[in-house]
Design a protein around this ligand. Structure first.
Ligand SMILES: *[C@@H]1O[C@H](CO)[C@@H](O)[C@H](O)[C@H]1NC(C)=O
Length: 237
């Protein structure tokens, strides 16, 4: 031991004690006044509750606003969409209607061998197709146009035998009405024949309501009545 009263030597610093290192931390907690801490907790709780209420209110406000906006958007988009949809629809229908005006006639296979004479081809109604009521069928050989407009008309006549003097003719006849005089509007010929020969004719024709079309040939006995080789067809443009 060093006698501090008798020597001028400064006393050595006190070694740190275990309880001293803990005490300074513990002190502020002990020093906190209890009523004050309760008030703080109450205050914090109020702040949290207020925050919660505000965010709930905000959320509700945004949600309500959003739905109203969406409803308005939907309403306006519907009011915008409706006419365009109708327009699209009507356009679609019109387009489809104009495209359904067509005819594809199949030649009627004769039950007895046809006599060698000129005439209009007869159509097989079981295998022919045409868009009624825009196109009608008249007296075995004619097609009546009920919807005026421009039509692409095609005709194909296949011959299975030739002739020494007459040309193998595919002629499309037009007449103004069912009592009118037929006028040729298209002609196609076959010049040489070995086994089969097809004369094809096609054109764009302006047709009025009541106009009729048919296919005429010089000799009905020279035709191949095989259904895909001889036909008359049309469709509106
Ligand atoms: C139908 O066509 C034939 C010729 O194939 C003709 O003799 C007859 O008069 C026509 N009938 C009518 C009602 O036009």
């Amino acid at each position: 031991m060093i006698n501090t009263h008798l020597t001028s030597v400064a006393p050595p610093p006190l070694p740190p004690r275990q309880h001293q290192s803990v005490a300074p931390v513990m002190v502020p907690y002990d020093l906190l006044p209890k009523p004050h801490s309760r008030g703080l907790i109450r205050f914090m709780f109020t702040v949290v509750l207020l925050n919660l209420l505000l965010s709930m209110f905000g959320f509700f406000y945004l949600y309500k606003n959003g739905t109203t906006q969406r409803k308005q958007d939907m309403k306006s988009s519907f009011s915008h969409a409706e006419p365009s949809m109708q327009k699209q629809h009507s356009h679609h229908v019109e387009k489809r209607e104009s495209h359904t005006v067509f005819a594809r006639m199949t030649v009627l296979q004769p039950t007895t061998p046809p006599k060698p004479h000129p005439g209009h081809l007869k159509w097989d109604m079981r295998h022919s197709q045409y868009s009624r009521p825009h196109i009608n069928y008249y007296n075995s050989s004619w097609l009546t146009i009920e919807k005026p407009g421009y039509y692409f008309v095609y005709s194909r006549v296949t011959f299975s035998s030739g002739h020494s003097t007459i040309p193998l003719t595919n002629r499309v006849d037009w007449r103004k009405t069912q009592t009118g005089e037929p006028k040729p509007i298209m002609q196609a010929f076959c010049h040489t024949i070995s086994t089969l020969c097809t004369a094809s004719a096609e054109d764009v024709v302006q047709l009025e309501t009541g106009n009729q079309l048919s296919v005429w040939t010089e000799d009905l006995s020279l035709i191949s009545y095989e259904e895909t080789g001889t036909t008359l067809g049309l469709f509106s443009l």
